[in-house]
Design a binder for this molecule. Structure first.
Ligand SMILES: *Cc1c(COP(=O)(O)O)cnc(C)c1O
Length: 376
Protein backbone atom coordinates (compact mmCIF):
# COMPACT_ATOMS: atom_id res chain seq x y z
CA UNK A 1 0.00 0.00 0.00
CA UNK A 2 1.20 3.52 -0.76
CA UNK A 3 2.24 5.69 2.15
CA UNK A 4 -0.21 8.45 2.88
CA UNK A 5 0.95 11.93 1.89
CA UNK A 6 -1.79 13.87 3.68
CA UNK A 7 -4.55 12.87 6.07
CA UNK A 8 -6.96 13.88 8.80
CA UNK A 9 -6.92 12.22 12.21
CA UNK A 10 -10.12 12.19 14.24
CA UNK A 11 -9.64 11.38 17.91
CA UNK A 12 -12.82 9.85 19.30
CA UNK A 13 -11.44 9.98 22.87
CA UNK A 14 -11.38 13.78 22.58
CA UNK A 15 -14.92 13.75 21.19
CA UNK A 16 -16.07 11.73 24.18
CA UNK A 17 -14.21 14.09 26.52
CA UNK A 18 -15.99 17.07 24.96
CA UNK A 19 -19.35 15.34 25.18
CA UNK A 20 -18.85 14.70 28.92
CA UNK A 21 -17.81 18.32 29.49
CA UNK A 22 -21.08 19.38 27.86
CA UNK A 23 -23.11 16.87 29.89
CA UNK A 24 -21.51 18.09 33.13
CA UNK A 25 -22.06 21.70 32.14
CA UNK A 26 -25.80 21.42 31.47
CA UNK A 27 -26.60 18.85 34.16
CA UNK A 28 -28.19 15.45 33.96
CA UNK A 29 -31.77 16.59 33.40
CA UNK A 30 -30.98 18.34 30.16
CA UNK A 31 -30.47 16.38 26.97
CA UNK A 32 -27.36 17.01 24.87
CA UNK A 33 -28.32 16.59 21.21
CA UNK A 34 -25.17 16.42 19.07
CA UNK A 35 -25.33 18.47 15.87
CA UNK A 36 -23.73 16.36 13.14
CA UNK A 37 -24.64 18.47 10.10
CA UNK A 38 -22.11 19.08 7.32
CA UNK A 39 -20.61 15.62 7.83
CA UNK A 40 -20.21 16.34 11.54
CA UNK A 41 -18.37 19.59 10.83
CA UNK A 42 -16.00 17.66 8.57
CA UNK A 43 -15.30 14.85 11.07
CA UNK A 44 -17.44 12.18 9.37
CA UNK A 45 -21.10 12.06 10.42
CA UNK A 46 -21.47 8.28 10.16
CA UNK A 47 -18.53 7.39 12.39
CA UNK A 48 -19.17 10.22 14.87
CA UNK A 49 -22.87 9.40 15.24
CA UNK A 50 -22.39 5.64 15.47
CA UNK A 51 -19.65 6.13 18.06
CA UNK A 52 -21.78 8.47 20.20
CA UNK A 53 -24.80 6.16 19.83
CA UNK A 54 -22.68 3.27 21.15
CA UNK A 55 -21.83 5.47 24.13
CA UNK A 56 -25.52 5.92 24.84
CA UNK A 57 -26.46 9.06 22.92
CA UNK A 58 -29.95 8.64 21.46
CA UNK A 59 -30.90 11.69 19.44
CA UNK A 60 -29.05 13.77 16.84
CA UNK A 61 -29.56 16.90 14.76
CA UNK A 62 -28.69 17.49 11.10
CA UNK A 63 -29.35 20.37 8.70
CA UNK A 64 -30.85 18.67 5.65
CA UNK A 65 -32.90 15.59 4.90
CA UNK A 66 -30.16 13.67 3.07
CA UNK A 67 -28.01 13.89 6.19
CA UNK A 68 -30.88 12.42 8.22
CA UNK A 69 -31.32 9.55 5.75
CA UNK A 70 -27.56 8.86 5.93
CA UNK A 71 -27.78 8.47 9.71
CA UNK A 72 -30.82 6.17 9.49
CA UNK A 73 -29.03 4.07 6.88
CA UNK A 74 -26.09 3.55 9.20
CA UNK A 75 -28.28 2.39 12.03
CA UNK A 76 -29.06 5.44 14.17
CA UNK A 77 -32.40 4.63 15.80
CA UNK A 78 -33.18 7.66 17.99
CA UNK A 79 -34.77 10.92 16.94
CA UNK A 80 -33.08 12.78 14.12
CA UNK A 81 -33.97 16.46 14.01
CA UNK A 82 -33.79 18.12 10.60
CA UNK A 83 -33.07 21.73 11.51
CA UNK A 84 -33.24 23.60 8.18
CA UNK A 85 -36.27 24.20 5.96
CA UNK A 86 -36.88 21.47 3.35
CA UNK A 87 -39.02 21.34 0.20
CA UNK A 88 -42.56 19.98 0.40
CA UNK A 89 -41.48 16.93 -1.61
CA UNK A 90 -39.35 15.86 1.37
CA UNK A 91 -42.45 15.09 3.45
CA UNK A 92 -42.90 11.44 2.42
CA UNK A 93 -39.18 10.88 3.07
CA UNK A 94 -39.34 12.51 6.48
CA UNK A 95 -42.19 10.17 7.35
CA UNK A 96 -40.66 7.03 5.81
CA UNK A 97 -37.31 7.54 7.50
CA UNK A 98 -38.94 8.74 10.70
CA UNK A 99 -37.04 12.04 10.74
CA UNK A 100 -38.27 14.95 12.85
CA UNK A 101 -38.48 18.24 10.97
CA UNK A 102 -38.19 21.59 12.67
CA UNK A 103 -41.02 23.25 10.77
CA UNK A 104 -40.40 26.81 9.60
CA UNK A 105 -43.51 27.74 7.62
CA UNK A 106 -47.30 27.52 7.69
CA UNK A 107 -47.23 26.13 4.17
CA UNK A 108 -45.00 23.25 5.19
CA UNK A 109 -47.09 22.62 8.30
CA UNK A 110 -50.33 22.41 6.26
CA UNK A 111 -48.76 20.10 3.72
CA UNK A 112 -47.42 17.90 6.52
CA UNK A 113 -50.89 17.82 8.11
CA UNK A 114 -52.55 16.87 4.84
CA UNK A 115 -50.01 14.15 4.19
CA UNK A 116 -50.29 12.47 7.59
CA UNK A 117 -54.10 12.72 7.35
CA UNK A 118 -54.10 11.08 3.91
CA UNK A 119 -51.82 8.29 5.18
CA UNK A 120 -53.79 7.90 8.38
CA UNK A 121 -50.66 8.00 10.54
CA UNK A 122 -49.40 9.96 13.52
CA UNK A 123 -46.32 12.06 13.06
CA UNK A 124 -44.27 14.17 15.50
CA UNK A 125 -42.55 17.39 14.56
CA UNK A 126 -40.95 20.42 16.16
CA UNK A 127 -41.85 24.02 15.51
CA UNK A 128 -39.06 26.51 14.86
CA UNK A 129 -39.52 30.15 15.89
CA UNK A 130 -37.44 32.94 14.39
CA UNK A 131 -36.75 34.89 17.59
CA UNK A 132 -34.29 37.18 15.82
CA UNK A 133 -31.85 35.04 13.92
CA UNK A 134 -33.46 36.16 10.67
CA UNK A 135 -33.15 32.74 9.14
CA UNK A 136 -35.29 29.61 9.61
CA UNK A 137 -38.39 29.48 11.85
CA UNK A 138 -41.88 30.94 11.96
CA UNK A 139 -42.39 34.55 12.97
CA UNK A 140 -44.02 34.77 16.40
CA UNK A 141 -47.00 36.50 14.77
CA UNK A 142 -47.75 33.30 12.84
CA UNK A 143 -47.88 31.06 15.90
CA UNK A 144 -51.68 31.30 16.26
CA UNK A 145 -52.16 30.31 12.65
CA UNK A 146 -49.77 27.39 13.14
CA UNK A 147 -51.77 26.26 16.17
CA UNK A 148 -54.98 26.32 14.09
CA UNK A 149 -53.38 24.02 11.53
CA UNK A 150 -52.17 21.71 14.31
CA UNK A 151 -55.69 21.56 15.78
CA UNK A 152 -57.10 20.72 12.39
CA UNK A 153 -54.87 17.64 12.06
CA UNK A 154 -54.91 15.81 15.39
CA UNK A 155 -52.52 13.14 14.12
CA UNK A 156 -49.87 15.85 13.78
CA UNK A 157 -48.08 15.85 17.15
CA UNK A 158 -46.34 19.05 18.21
CA UNK A 159 -43.50 17.62 20.23
CA UNK A 160 -40.86 20.35 20.36
CA UNK A 161 -40.19 24.06 20.13
CA UNK A 162 -36.91 25.39 18.86
CA UNK A 163 -35.05 28.57 18.06
CA UNK A 164 -31.49 29.63 17.32
CA UNK A 165 -29.42 32.57 18.60
CA UNK A 166 -27.63 34.94 16.26
CA UNK A 167 -24.89 36.10 18.67
CA UNK A 168 -24.56 33.45 21.35
CA UNK A 169 -20.76 33.59 21.47
CA UNK A 170 -21.05 37.15 22.78
CA UNK A 171 -22.13 37.12 26.41
CA UNK A 172 -22.70 40.86 26.46
CA UNK A 173 -24.76 41.25 23.31
CA UNK A 174 -28.23 42.18 24.57
CA UNK A 175 -29.69 40.80 21.39
CA UNK A 176 -29.58 37.37 23.04
CA UNK A 177 -31.86 38.61 25.81
CA UNK A 178 -34.38 39.88 23.27
CA UNK A 179 -34.38 36.55 21.47
CA UNK A 180 -34.92 34.87 24.84
CA UNK A 181 -37.97 37.04 25.53
CA UNK A 182 -39.60 36.13 22.23
CA UNK A 183 -38.90 32.45 22.82
CA UNK A 184 -40.51 32.70 26.27
CA UNK A 185 -43.64 34.21 24.71
CA UNK A 186 -43.99 31.29 22.33
CA UNK A 187 -43.26 28.75 25.07
CA UNK A 188 -45.71 30.30 27.52
CA UNK A 189 -48.48 30.36 24.95
CA UNK A 190 -48.01 26.65 24.26
CA UNK A 191 -47.80 25.83 27.98
CA UNK A 192 -51.05 27.71 28.64
CA UNK A 193 -52.74 25.70 25.92
CA UNK A 194 -51.67 22.53 27.69
CA UNK A 195 -48.90 21.43 25.36
CA UNK A 196 -46.21 19.41 27.08
CA UNK A 197 -43.40 20.55 24.89
CA UNK A 198 -39.67 19.81 24.57
CA UNK A 199 -37.80 23.12 24.14
CA UNK A 200 -34.31 23.42 22.70
CA UNK A 201 -32.62 26.73 22.05
CA UNK A 202 -28.94 26.67 23.01
CA UNK A 203 -26.03 26.02 20.64
CA UNK A 204 -22.40 25.99 21.84
CA UNK A 205 -22.21 29.73 22.61
CA UNK A 206 -25.39 29.63 24.68
CA UNK A 207 -24.28 26.50 26.55
CA UNK A 208 -21.27 28.43 27.86
CA UNK A 209 -22.85 31.89 28.12
CA UNK A 210 -26.59 31.56 28.77
CA UNK A 211 -27.66 28.82 31.19
CA UNK A 212 -31.18 30.31 31.18
CA UNK A 213 -31.55 29.08 27.63
CA UNK A 214 -30.98 25.39 28.33
CA UNK A 215 -34.70 24.45 28.64
CA UNK A 216 -34.98 20.68 28.00
CA UNK A 217 -32.27 20.10 25.47
CA UNK A 218 -29.19 21.78 23.98
CA UNK A 219 -27.76 21.48 20.46
CA UNK A 220 -23.98 21.77 20.53
CA UNK A 221 -22.04 21.53 17.32
CA UNK A 222 -18.60 23.14 17.43
CA UNK A 223 -18.10 22.34 21.15
CA UNK A 224 -18.26 18.61 20.43
CA UNK A 225 -15.43 19.04 17.98
CA UNK A 226 -13.35 20.94 20.53
CA UNK A 227 -14.00 24.67 20.16
CA UNK A 228 -15.88 27.24 22.24
CA UNK A 229 -14.35 26.68 25.69
CA UNK A 230 -10.84 26.11 27.04
CA UNK A 231 -11.73 22.77 28.61
CA UNK A 232 -12.59 21.25 25.26
CA UNK A 233 -10.06 19.33 23.15
CA UNK A 234 -9.90 19.71 19.36
CA UNK A 235 -10.90 16.41 17.74
CA UNK A 236 -9.43 16.88 14.26
CA UNK A 237 -5.75 16.96 13.35
CA UNK A 238 -4.38 17.35 9.85
CA UNK A 239 -1.01 15.85 8.98
CA UNK A 240 1.30 15.36 6.00
CA UNK A 241 4.73 14.04 5.12
CA UNK A 242 7.50 16.02 3.46
CA UNK A 243 7.92 14.97 -0.18
CA UNK A 244 10.99 17.02 -1.16
CA UNK A 245 13.82 18.90 0.55
CA UNK A 246 16.35 21.11 -1.21
CA UNK A 247 18.52 24.15 -0.83
CA UNK A 248 17.80 27.26 -2.88
CA UNK A 249 20.12 30.28 -3.16
CA UNK A 250 19.72 33.82 -1.83
CA UNK A 251 17.18 35.95 -3.76
CA UNK A 252 15.26 32.89 -4.97
CA UNK A 253 11.52 33.51 -5.43
CA UNK A 254 9.27 30.93 -3.80
CA UNK A 255 5.98 29.85 -5.38
CA UNK A 256 3.50 31.64 -7.61
CA UNK A 257 4.23 35.33 -8.16
CA UNK A 258 7.21 35.19 -5.83
CA UNK A 259 5.36 36.62 -2.83
CA UNK A 260 8.44 35.51 -0.84
CA UNK A 261 12.09 35.85 -1.83
CA UNK A 262 14.89 34.19 0.15
CA UNK A 263 17.20 36.53 2.07
CA UNK A 264 20.00 33.95 2.25
CA UNK A 265 20.57 30.38 1.03
CA UNK A 266 17.52 28.53 2.35
CA UNK A 267 16.63 24.91 3.03
CA UNK A 268 13.07 24.35 1.90
CA UNK A 269 10.65 21.47 2.42
CA UNK A 270 7.74 20.78 0.07
CA UNK A 271 4.51 19.72 1.76
CA UNK A 272 2.02 17.93 -0.52
CA UNK A 273 -1.05 19.84 0.57
CA UNK A 274 -2.76 22.92 -0.83
CA UNK A 275 -5.99 24.82 -0.99
CA UNK A 276 -7.66 21.87 -2.73
CA UNK A 277 -7.14 20.07 0.58
CA UNK A 278 -8.63 22.83 2.70
CA UNK A 279 -5.31 24.55 3.41
CA UNK A 280 -6.41 28.00 2.43
CA UNK A 281 -4.55 30.37 0.15
CA UNK A 282 -5.05 33.09 2.78
CA UNK A 283 -2.47 31.24 4.91
CA UNK A 284 0.33 32.11 2.45
CA UNK A 285 3.34 33.67 4.24
CA UNK A 286 1.40 33.81 7.54
CA UNK A 287 1.11 30.37 9.01
CA UNK A 288 3.47 27.85 10.67
CA UNK A 289 3.57 24.07 10.73
CA UNK A 290 5.06 21.76 13.36
CA UNK A 291 7.88 19.38 12.42
CA UNK A 292 9.74 17.43 15.13
CA UNK A 293 8.21 19.52 17.93
CA UNK A 294 9.28 22.85 16.41
CA UNK A 295 7.47 25.54 14.46
CA UNK A 296 8.52 26.38 10.89
CA UNK A 297 7.13 29.17 8.71
CA UNK A 298 5.24 28.64 5.47
CA UNK A 299 6.87 30.79 2.78
CA UNK A 300 5.36 31.86 -0.52
CA UNK A 301 1.87 31.18 -1.79
CA UNK A 302 -0.04 28.08 -0.81
CA UNK A 303 -0.88 26.52 -4.17
CA UNK A 304 -3.51 23.94 -5.09
CA UNK A 305 -1.52 20.87 -4.11
CA UNK A 306 1.64 22.05 -2.33
CA UNK A 307 3.21 24.62 -0.09
CA UNK A 308 6.74 25.39 0.99
CA UNK A 309 8.26 25.58 4.48
CA UNK A 310 11.58 27.16 5.48
CA UNK A 311 13.40 24.45 7.46
CA UNK A 312 16.85 26.11 7.43
CA UNK A 313 16.94 26.09 11.23
CA UNK A 314 16.93 22.27 11.34
CA UNK A 315 19.06 20.50 8.69
CA UNK A 316 18.28 17.12 10.30
CA UNK A 317 14.77 17.12 8.84
CA UNK A 318 14.31 14.43 6.17
CA UNK A 319 11.97 13.53 3.34
CA UNK A 320 9.06 11.58 4.80
CA UNK A 321 9.13 13.39 8.16
CA UNK A 322 5.78 14.11 9.75
CA UNK A 323 4.31 17.61 9.42
CA UNK A 324 1.52 18.73 11.73
CA UNK A 325 -0.67 21.23 9.93
CA UNK A 326 -3.52 21.26 12.45
CA UNK A 327 -2.97 19.67 15.82
CA UNK A 328 -0.66 19.42 18.80
CA UNK A 329 2.86 18.22 19.43
CA UNK A 330 4.33 18.54 22.90
CA UNK A 331 3.68 22.07 24.11
CA UNK A 332 3.03 23.38 20.62
CA UNK A 333 -0.35 23.54 18.98
CA UNK A 334 -1.96 24.91 15.87
CA UNK A 335 -5.72 24.85 16.23
CA UNK A 336 -8.59 25.86 13.97
CA UNK A 337 -9.08 29.04 16.00
CA UNK A 338 -5.54 30.11 15.14
CA UNK A 339 -5.90 29.21 11.46
CA UNK A 340 -9.26 30.99 11.33
CA UNK A 341 -7.73 34.19 12.68
CA UNK A 342 -5.18 34.13 9.84
CA UNK A 343 -7.85 33.71 7.20
CA UNK A 344 -10.39 36.14 8.61
CA UNK A 345 -12.90 33.40 9.32
CA UNK A 346 -14.17 31.14 12.11
CA UNK A 347 -13.10 27.61 13.18
CA UNK A 348 -16.35 26.22 11.74
CA UNK A 349 -15.20 27.11 8.22
CA UNK A 350 -11.67 25.80 8.76
CA UNK A 351 -12.97 22.41 9.97
CA UNK A 352 -15.66 21.98 7.32
CA UNK A 353 -13.21 23.00 4.59
CA UNK A 354 -10.75 20.29 5.67
CA UNK A 355 -13.83 18.07 5.90
CA UNK A 356 -14.72 18.58 2.24
CA UNK A 357 -11.22 17.79 1.00
CA UNK A 358 -11.43 14.46 -0.81
CA UNK A 359 -7.69 13.82 -0.91
CA UNK A 360 -7.44 13.88 2.86
CA UNK A 361 -8.34 10.40 3.91
CA UNK A 362 -9.58 10.09 7.45
CA UNK A 363 -8.03 8.02 10.23
CA UNK A 364 -10.02 7.43 13.41
CA UNK A 365 -8.35 6.90 16.77
CA UNK A 366 -9.77 5.85 20.12
CA UNK A 367 -7.77 5.50 23.31
CA UNK A 368 -4.51 6.04 21.37
CA UNK A 369 -5.29 3.19 18.97
CA UNK A 370 -6.05 3.52 15.27
CA UNK A 371 -9.41 1.99 14.42
CA UNK A 372 -9.49 -0.23 11.38
CA UNK A 373 -11.80 0.59 8.48
CA UNK A 374 -13.71 -2.61 9.12
CA UNK A 375 -14.82 -1.55 12.59
CA UNK A 376 -16.11 1.84 11.47
C1 LIG B 1 -25.40 24.67 13.47
C2 LIG B 1 -26.49 24.80 14.44
C3 LIG B 1 -26.31 24.49 15.79
C4 LIG B 1 -24.95 24.19 16.38
O1 LIG B 1 -24.24 25.39 16.54
P1 LIG B 1 -22.81 25.47 17.24
O2 LIG B 1 -22.52 26.91 17.34
O3 LIG B 1 -21.87 24.74 16.34
O4 LIG B 1 -22.94 24.78 18.56
C5 LIG B 1 -27.41 24.50 16.62
N1 LIG B 1 -28.63 24.83 16.15
C6 LIG B 1 -28.85 25.16 14.86
C7 LIG B 1 -30.21 25.53 14.41
C8 LIG B 1 -27.79 25.17 13.96
O5 LIG B 1 -27.99 25.53 12.69
Amino acid sequence: MLNKLVWKEIDLSSLLHNFSILKDKVGKNIEVIPVVKADAYGHGARVISKFLAEKGVKNFAVAIIEEGIELRNCGIEGKILVLSPQFLDSISYLVNYNLTPVVSSLEFLSALGKYVFSQNIEFSFHLGIDTGMGREGLMLGDLDKALKIIEKYPSLKLEGLSSHLSSSENKFDIYNERQGEIFEKAYNKLKKLGYNIFCHFANTGAIFNFPDFYYHGVRPGIALYGYGDDNLIPVMSVKARITLIKEVPKDWGIGYNHTYTTKSPTLIAIIPMGYADGYRRDFSNKVHVIIKDKLFPVIGRVSMDQFVVDISSDPSIKIGDLVIILGRSGDLGIDAEKLASLANTIPYEILTTFGMAKRLGCIYKYEEKILSEATL
